[in-house]
Design a protein around this ligand. Structure first.
Ligand code: HEM
Length: 452
C-alpha cells in the first residue's frame, strides 16, 4: 500500500520534449502518445500536460495495487467530471462523504440484483435489432447507444411513458456537450448567456431538473414504491448511518452521473465486441454453439478480452494529498498519478502474447484485479461494472441467438476518441443474416483466424 513519507521527491523519468508538444500529442492521440513514451522509458514515467500539469503515469500491477488501495487521506480523485455533473455527483465527492455515498449506491448495483434487469435489456435489444438490415454493412454503434440509453433510463431512472420519451431526447445532447466542455479549461464552463456553450448546457440542465423532480414525486406517490427495483426508488429509500436520505438535488446529480458514466462506455465496448468478433470466425462459431447449448463461459471470457484489448476508458487519475511513496518512487503532494489502463492491458508481464485477441486466456481463469482494470479499482472502482457486464452479456447472447455474422479479412477498425470513451472509428460495422431465415450458415471468410 502507498504510504506517506518525508523522503526527497523521486519521480520516474520524463521525456525531454516541450510541454506544448507533449500536450498536443496527448490530446491528438492519448494512447499512441503514452505508448510511445512507454517504449522509451518503461512502465513508469512523468509527463507535463496542460490542465493536469506534472503527471506520473503508471501501469505495473504492483504499483497499480499500491495506488488503488492507498488510504483516502493520501490520495483523492483527479479530473473535472464532477464540475459538469453537479456537487451531488459521486465524481464530486471525496473522503468520508464519498465513502458514505458509495455505501448507499453500491448495493443497488450488486451482482446478484442484476438478473432482475436482464428482461429490460433483452427487450431493448430485440426492439432495436428488429430494424437491422440483412446483408448490408452498417455501423452498430448508434444501435448500441440506444440500447444502453434505454436500459439505464428504465432500470436506473425507473422512467416510462412521457418522462422516458423526454429524457431520451434531452440527455444524449446534454451529456455530449457537457463532457466535451469537461476536458476544457474552467473558463469554458462559465455561462456567458443562453447562446454560449455552457449557457446551452445550463438550459438543458434546467429542463432535466424539472423532469427528474416529476419522476421523484411520481415515485413517492407510487403505491408500489417500496417494492420497486429501479435504482431511483432504491436511492430514495436509502438512508445514511444518521438516518438522513440523499437529498433530491443530489439524487438528480447522481442519476445524471450514472447515465454519463454508464451509457457511452457500455455502448462503445459493445461496438468493439462486434468489431472483434467479425474478424474471428472460429470464435464466432464456438460462441454460437455455446449460446445454443445454454452456456456462457466463453462469452464471459470474450467480454473480458474485448475490454482488455480495446479498453474504452484508457486511464484513470488520482491526485496525491500528501507526499507518498509508491514503489521505488516518491511522489510530491498535489501531483497527478495516471493509471494507464491501455498500457496495463498491453504488457507481456501480465498477459502472454498480449497483442493477440484470445478470449481462451480467460476461460476458467478470471482476470487478475490489478492487471485487468477496465473498471479502475479500489474505493473508486466503477459502481456499474456488474450492470455493464450484464448488459453486454445479454446483448451479445441475443445477437448470437438471432444472427449469423458475416466475417471479414478487413484490418481492424482504428480507435477514435469521442471525448470520454474510445470507440471503433467506423462505428463497429457489421453484416448480419437472420438465423431463422438463413440456414446453413453464411460466412464470407474461411476458418483462418486473424490473431489481432
Ligand atoms: C463497459 C462499461 C463501463 C466502463 C468501461 C466503465 C469504466 C469506469 C472507470 C474506468 C471508472 C473510474 C474508476 C476508477 O477511477 O478507479 C468508472 C467509474 C464509475 N462508473 Fe463506470 N464504466 C462502465 C459502465 C458503468 C455503468 C453502466 C455505470 C452505472 C450505471 C457506471 C457508473 C460509474 C460510476 C458512478 C463511477 C464513479 C465511481 C466513484 O468515483 O466512486 N459505469 N467507470
Amino acid at each position: 500500500m502507498a504510504e506517506a513519507t518525508n523522503d526527497p521527491v523521486r519521480l520516474p523519468p520524463a521525456p525531454r520534449i516541450p510541454k506544448l508538444v507533449q500536450g498536443v500529442a496527448f490530446v491528438i492521440n492519448r494512447d499512441k502518445a503514452v505508448a510511445a513514451v512507454a517504449r522509451r522509458h518503461g512502465s513508469e514515467f512523468t509527463l507535463n500536460l496542460p490542465i493536469f500539469g506534472h503527471t506520473t503515469v503508471i501501469s505495473d500491477p504492483a504499483l497499480v495495487k499500491e495506488l488503488f488501495t492507498a488510504n483516502n487521506d493520501l490520495i483523492a480523485r483527479a479530473g473535472t467530471l464532477g464540475q459538469v455533473l453537479g456537487p451531488g455527483s459521486t465524481f464530486s465527492l471525496d473522503g468520508l462523504p464519498h465513502r458514505q455515498r458509495r455505501k448507499l449506491l453500491v448495493p443497488p448495483f450488486h451482482g446478484k440484483r442484476m438478473q432482475g434487469y436482464e428482461g429490460i435489456v433483452e427487450e431493448e435489444v430485440r426492439r432495436e435489432i428488429a430494424t437491422w438490415p440483412e446483408g448490408d454493412e452498417f455501423a452498430t454503434m448508434p444501435s448500441m447507444m440506444r440500447i444502453t440509453l434505454n436500459a439505464i433510463l428504465r432500470a436506473v431512472f425507473g422512467a416510462d411513458g412521457a418522462a422516458l420519451e423526454e429524457l431520451r431526447e434531452l440527455l444524449p445532447p446534454m451529456v455530449l456537450k457537457a463532457s466535451r466542455l469537461a476536458v476544457m479549461p474552467p473558463a469554458a464552463r462559465r455561462d456567458y448567456g443562453p447562446l454560449s456553450p455552457w449557457g446551452r448546457v445550463e438550459k438543458l440542465r434546467r429542463r432535466y431538473n424539472t423532469v427528474i423532480a416529476r419522476l421523484i414525486a411520481d415515485a413517492r406517490r407510487d403505491p408500489g414504491f417500496e417494492d420497486r427495483n429501479d435504482v431511483l426508488a432504491l436511492m430514495l429509500q436509502a438512508r445514511y448511518d444518521d438516518g438522513s436520505p440523499i437529498s433530491d438535488d443530489h439524487v438528480a446529480d447522481e442519476l445524471l452521473t450514472l447515465l454519463a458514466a454508464g451509457h457511452e462506455t457500455t455502448a462503445t465496448t459493445l461496438a468493439w465486441a462486434v468489431e472483434r468478433l467479425r474478424r474471428h470466425p472460429r470464435l464466432l462459431a464456438r460462441l454460437r454453439d455455446e449460446v445454443d447449448a445454454g452456456g456462457s463461459d466463453l462469452l464471459q471470457a470474450t467480454i473480458f478480452e474485448v475490454q482488455r484489448t480495446r479498453p474504452v476508458i484508457n486511464g484513470t487519475a488520482r491526485m496525491t494529498r500528501q507526499r507518498i511513496k509508491l514503489g521505488e518512487w516518491v511522489i510530491p503532494e498535489r501531483h497527478v498519478v495516471l493509471v494507464s489502463i491501455s498500457l496495463a492491458h498491453a504488457t507481456e508481464r501480465s498477459f502472454t502474447d498480449a497483442e493477440a485477441f484470445n478470449p481462451d486466456r480467460f476461460v476458467g481463469n478470471p482476470p487478475d484485479t490489478h492487471a485487468w482494470i477496465p473498471f479502475g479499482g479500489g474505493i473508486r472502482r466503477c459502481i456499474g461494472a456488474a450492470f455493464a457486464n450484464m448488459e453486454m452479456a445479454v446483448t451479445l447472447r441475443t445477437l448470437l441467438q438471432e444472427f449469423e455474422f458475416g466475417t471479414t479479412y478487413a484490418p481492424g477498425e482504428a480507435a477514435h476518441s469521442r471525448g470520454v470513451a474510445t470507440a471503433p472509428a467506423r462505428g463497429g460495422r457489421a453484416v448480419v443474416y437472420r438465423r431463422s431465415l438463413q440456414e446453413p450458415r453464411l460466412v464470407t471468410a474461411d476458418a483462418t483466424e486473424a490473431s489481432a
